[in-house]
Design a binder for this molecule. Structure first.
Ligand code: SF4
Ligand code: FES
Length: 295
């Protein structure tokens, strides 16, 4: 009887051991599956991170209707928006794998000096050459600046800005055919103030940010006011101050500024545009008074 009991107990232990081994195997298999799933998710994550998603507002030509297109290009450390656009140019295929017309954009210096690559990136106008991809939320949304007429895709016509410089006489006329001798010297104080305005690259970002600049408004824009003040500061430029101030008190001049301060906040060169506008406002009052008294 005792032997029978011992045999039953042994069978029980054996069964329990088999069940435990089964449970252990299941646990090992589940852990393996979990590891595999985690590895797959990691691979998927890396694949996503290794791709740059772009959403580009496109336009086939002036006056044509705009449309959106998405692209995916391989990520490389340190790449900027221009590198992503170059990838699209090399392989003009959209995210759906269809061949499309390569995206058109402008660039030149690639170091935020010429202003040619200005465009709206994730809703804000800035230079594409200094917009680093790994600091931008994806998909990266690229649009042409809204203030200017679109030529094609991300290229706009900034002629309006150069016309504004002509109107405010923002240059120093020189003849150049005979020696004029040394020009008047500039005080270190004026030189220091003028330097900031000399860095303007006519990029158009302040024009895009300003709510008072539009095709319907004659306002020449904050950059033109900055340049008018810059040339007033220069002793040679000041020789043409009267003609310049006529433009400043005209319909496209300082009275067009609504003091939103958007220009000074958006300028990539940190140019104190609102200071220039305030200085011009003071000079404009004096100039208007002189014109009224002396014609
Ligand atoms: S003032 Fe600044 S934002 Fe405006 S055009 Fe010049 S550099 Fe660009
Ligand atoms: S390419 Fe010149 S500012 Fe970007």
């Amino acid at each position: 009887m005792a032997a029978e009991t011992r045999q039953k107990a042994a069978v029980g232990v054996e069964r329990e051991t088999v069940a435990a081994v089964g449970r252990e195997r299941k646990a090992v298999t589940a852990a393996g599956r979990e590891r595999k799933t985690a590895a797959a998710t990691e691979t998927e994550r890396n694949a996503v991170a290794a791709t740059v998603q772009l959403r580009v507002k496109r336009q086939d030509g002036p006056g044509q209707p705009p449309y959106w297109e998405t692209f995916a290009v391989p990520f490389r450390p340190g790449m900027n928006v221009i590198s992503a656009l170059l990838d699209i140019q090399r392989r003009p295929v959209n995210a759906g794998g269809e061949p499309v017309r390569a995206v058109a954009w402008e660039s030149n210096c690639l170091e935020e000096v010429c202003g040619a690559c200005s465009m709206r990136i994730n809703g804000k106008a800035r230079q594409a050459c200094t917009a680093l991809v790994d600091r931008l939320a994806q998909p990266i949304v690229l649009e042409p600046m809204g203030t200017f007429p679109v030529e094609k895709d991300l290229i706009v016509d900034r002629q309006r800005m150069f016309d504004g410089l002509l109107e405010t006489e923002a240059w120093i006329p020189i003849d150049g055919t005979y020696a004029l001798g040394a020009g008047p010297s500039i005080s270190p104080r004026n030189q220091q103030e003028a330097y900031a305005y000399s860095t303007c690259m006519t990029c158009g970002v302040c024009m895009d940010a300003c709510p008072n600049v539009s095709p319907a408004s004659p306002y020449l824009g904050p950059y033109a006011m900055g340049q008018a003040h810059y040339f007033n500061l220069h002793p040679t430029g000041a020789m043409h101050k009267e003609a310049r101030m006529d433009a400043v008190i005209g319909p496209g001049g300082v009275s067009g500024c609504g003091n939103s301060q958007n220009c000074v906040r958006s300028c990539p060169k940190g140019i104190p545009l609102t200071t220039a506008i305030a200085r011009l406002n003071g000079a404009a009052t004096k100039h208007a008074l002189r014109r009224w008294l002396h014609g």
